[in-house]
Design a protein around this ligand. Structure first.
Ligand SMILES: Cc1ncc(COP(=O)(O)O)c(C=O)c1O
Length: 380
């Protein structure tokens, strides 16, 4: 049996070819001999100060706000930050607002904690704050306050959308009015193809209104397992009190901090150039394969995903079965649906797959979709 060639549009990861393996090995060789004490004992509860400093520098350069490192805690990926959110905010059986389609890892955590998920629709500019206002009013009328509003405001996973400034201001205003916390998951910060980041809500809101989650996974690689959260007191201590894990690896943090001390922005530029090229290839291939059809896709200006909308009656199970036969991996719309509905979408990730594989992968995927369309549908 010959192995099927794989086209992996499933992995939400940066380009492996830009992973700086040698530079990290050099950084390790430079830094480790001087840090016997950091490695022979348990890490600082808040994580290695040098890497928290880099997180602070990163935020300052993007948003012009200096966050003291006393308000930054390293985590084992931002995923751990999400788990701490669920624990610190005691989300069990209480309403929790999410974008109607959101990161599957977040859904897993929130569902495991039995949160009562309240979806707010998305459009091409992210969360619809008019619909959010209605939801908050509705909840308030029945005496329920959400434990938080969780949002991936920049380069949303899965939709690739970014919430503009006016909507961020409105979201902050609504959270303040309803006395709830915004959890701003900024995992895709700096996977950004235009020059300026839209201001983070952490900067726009009064201190304590926003809990910010950051990550090094999407600008470097998820294998380093390094993320962080930012929050002032008392939120910070509440989060920290749940971080019962012996600390975040100093080995990983030392090496990454040493490398990023000099190379943070040059690495980001290089990684983004590679990912942007793949996005351009993907968008051209989609245009070529689906032109004139009743199929749309988002055109992100950052992040790692485009979100494809299929005609409602498309046989999604058939698309998937056919795709599997052809070695195509992608994420189904259902994986991201906060209510676990089988919605007519699919998500393509473009960071991991080789640029040269994209046109053929999209051609094969289009074949699967066209074979699964409802009778008489599909052409505009
Ligand atoms: C929105 C979002 N948040 C958090 C994560 C978790 O990332 P990590 O734990 O690697 O930092 C991901 C990963 O895909 C994500 O898309």
């Amino acid at each position: 049996m010959t192995a099927v060639r794989e086209f992996n549009f499933g992995a939400g990861m940066p380009d492996p070819a830009t992973f700086p393996a040698q530079a990290l090995a050099d950084a390790a060789a430079r830094v480790l001999p001087h840090h016997a004490m950091d490695l022979s004992k348990y890490p600082d509860r808040m994580g290695l100060p040098a890497l928290r400093q880099i997180a602070a520098d990163r935020f300052e350069r993007n948003h012009g706000m200096r966050v003291p490192i006393e308000n930054i805690v390293l985590t084992n990926g931002s995923m751990q930050g999400l788990m701490l959110v669920a624990q610190a905010l005691a989300i069990q059986r209480k309403p929790l607002i999410v974008e109607e389609f959101t990161y599957v890892g977040t859904l897993n955590v929130f569902r495991k904690h039995q949160a009562d998920l309240v979806p707010v629709p998305l459009d091409d500019q992210g969360m619809r704050v008019d619909a959010l206002e209605e939801e908050l009013d509705r909840l308030s009328a029945i005496g329920r306050t959400p434990t938080c509003i969780y949002t991936i405001a920049s380069h949303q996973n899965p939709s690739g959308t970014t919430l503009p400034l006016d909507r961020r201001e409105k979201l902050v205003e609504l959270a303040t009015k309803h006395q709830t916390v915004i959890v701003e998951d900024d995992c895709y910060a700096d996977v950004q193809f235009t020059k300026h980041a839209v201001p983070a809500m952490y900067k726009l809101a009064e201190p304590g209104r926003v809990l910010y989650l950051g990550s090094f996974s999407k600008i470097l690689g998820p294998g380093v397992r390094l993320g962080y959260f930012m929050a002032p007191e008392p939120l910070l201590s509440e989060m920290l009190s749940w971080k019962i894990d012996g600390g975040t690896s100093n080995l990983s943090a030392l090496i990454v901090a040493e490398y990023f001390k000099e190379h943070l922005w040059s690495h980001i530029d290089e990684a983004n150039a590679a990912v942007k090229q793949k996005l351009d290839t993907l968008l051209a291939a989609l245009e070529h394969e689906f032109a004139g059809m009743d199929i749309t896709w988002t055109k992100p200006d950052g992040g790692l995903f485009t979100w494809i909308s299929l005609p409602a009656g498309t046989d999604r199970a058939r698309v998937q079965a056919l795709a599997k036969e052809r070695g195509i991996v992608y994420a189904t719309g259902q994986a991201f649906d906060s209510l676990n509905r089988d919605v007519p979408y699919l998500r393509l990730a473009y960071g991991f797959i080789a640029n040269d594989d994209i046109p053929e992968g999209v051609r094969l995927l289009a074949e699967c979709v066209k074979l699964s369309l409802p009778v008489g549908a599909g052409r505009r």
